[in-house]
Design a protein around this ligand. Structure first.
Ligand code: NOJ
Length: 466
């Protein structure tokens, strides 16, 4: 079993996690800037991509990687989200894209990767229709400005994690907990913004392609013979996956989805209202998107749970500290025999295959899926000889690629795979403690050192097999 010649093997990054220079060169603030100031780490210099991008792109090329996911920092272009334009920011991305061209690397560009400009965030982020309008203007600007340099676009990265981390788990600013109404409404807001951006992109007739990225975790009943566990898993799936898959691929919310969402909202004394015109936009976009991006790291086993909310986020890598009990949904539990990372993420490569098969069956989606992120987060250090022997990462990626190949062979159209991340980057809730890179970033010197996984990945890319 081999990957075809045109299968894309890439790696991924995100602006706020790698660029540094978060408050200089005309960049406007994002909510993270002030939030992180109260904590133990900052996103400066991160991996200093703002200055190191020629090094990273050249190294990527040397390792056979010819596609790179990067994101544009909205507030580097529009410091306040709309209005004033920062030409230096606009030029920065022209330089990056031109360097990509020079190195023969195809940029896959995301417009929003967890970094709404502060001015809009403070006015309600995607709970406020003004943010939708501002996002659409920003997207339209980028499509036009970079039309000769970018052929592959993604509107948003990980809509559910944004919503749950902002409004349920409370680990992303504004750090609100257990507000299901806000989580649902903000997901809907982002989906409307996505749809409007896709429709503008298509109506302008640009030559490129466009899609959106969702983080999709397969939800299995803890006890597959227990009807309560089956229902709990289904509810978790509807909330975290199906709501967004419906919006993206159907352009409306199915009856089953709305039924469960409303049930959950009733229980939490919440509500969800939307305009009929939103659905018209979403349907138009669903017919026009070119591909779906899927980030996949883990799956969940879900057990029936009848109690109050109790979520404890493991943001330190202290194994066994995570708890996830969501009122009216269920409890995510560790299952015997299934390995976990230090952050209690279940390593379950089959979940990637099951999700791919499900999307292609349930939505008859044949246009193409990219695995836009997959990788293993670890606490790592480099030996005196500059060696990082990340055998467990190689094992993780190899197993996921094996299940991916199985899905392809069974007819799912998967066009590419991106390792998260190209080099070690800043982690939202772990700072510099959690590394994913193919290249080790030595933060004090900002030098890059290829890990064993980079050499292994290079061989996979060359031979088209694992
Ligand atoms: C998904 C997000 O897109 C990325 O920003 C994050 O660092 C990785 N997951 C790892 O947690």
């Amino acid at each position: 079993m081999k990957f075809s010649k045109d299968f894309v093997f890439g790696a991924a990054t995100a602006a706020y996690q790698c660029e540094g220079e978060t408050r200089t060169h005309g960049k406007g603030k994002v909510a993270w800037d002030d939030y992180l100031e109260k904590g133990n780490f900052q996103a400066d210099k991160a991996s200093d991509f703002y200055h190191q991008y020629p090094v990273d792109l050249h190294l990527a090329k040397q390792f056979g990687i010819n596609a790179l996911r990067i994101s544009i920092a909205w507030s580097r272009i529009f410091p306040y989200g709309e209005g004033v334009l920062n030409q230096e920011g606009v030029d920065f991305y022209h330089h990056v894209f031109r360097q990509c061209q020079k190195e023969g690397i195809e940029p896959y560009v995301t417009l929003h990767h967890f970094d709404t400009p502060l001015a809009l965030h403070e006015r309600g982020d995607f709970l406020n229709r003004e943010t939708i309008d501002a996002f659409v203007k920003y997207a339209a600007f980028c499509f036009k400005e970079y039309k000769d340099e970018v052929s592959y676009w993604f509107t948003f990265n990980e809509v559910w994690p944004i919503a749950t981390n902002q409004y349920i788990e409370g680990v992303f600013p504004p750090c609100i907990t257990y507000d299901i109404s806000k989580a649902i409404s903000s997901m809907h807001g982002m989906m409307v913004a996505h749809a409007k951006a896709v429709n503008i992109f298509k109506s302008c007739g640009y030559k490129g392609q466009i899609g959106i990225i969702h983080s999709l975790e397969t939800k299995y009943p803890y006890d597959p013979t227990n009807t309560d566990d089956i229902r709990a898993a289904k509810k978790d799936d509807i909330l975290a996956n199906q709501f967004l898959l419906d919006a993206t691929l159907l352009g409306y919310y199915s009856e089953e989805t709305l039924h469960t969402i409303n049930e959950l909202l009733d229980l939490n004394h919440g509500s969800f209202h939307y305009d009929k015109r939103d659905i018209a936009e979403m349907k138009e976009a669903a017919n026009q998107i070119d591909y779906l991006g899927m980030n996949y790291y883990q799956s969940n086993f879900v057990r029936y749970y009848d109690g109050e909310n109790e979520i404890v986020h493991n943001g330190t890598g202290e194994k066994g500290t995570k708890k996830f009990k969501l009122k009216g949904v269920g409890e995510r539990v560790i299952k015997d025999g299934i390995p976990t990372t230090d952050w209690d993420w279940l390593i379950y490569p089959q979940g990637m295959y099951d999700m791919l098969m499900r999307i292609s069956k349930q939505y008859a989606f044949t246009k193409g899926i990219y695995i836009t992120e997959n990788g293993l987060g670890k606490k790592e250090s480099m030996s005196d000889y500059h060696i990082v022997d990340d055998e467990s990462r190689i094992d993780y990626i190899a197993k996921h690629l094996t299940w991916l190949l199985k899905a392809i062979n069974e007819g799912v159209c998967v066009k590419g795979y991106f390792v998260w991340s190209l080099m070690d980057v800043f982690s939202w809730s772990n700072g510099y403690n959690k590394r994913y890179g193919l290249f080790y970033t030595d933060y004090p010197t900002q030098k890059r050192y290829p890990k064993a996984s980079a050499y292994w990945y290079k061989r996979v890319i060359k031979n088209r097999e694992i």
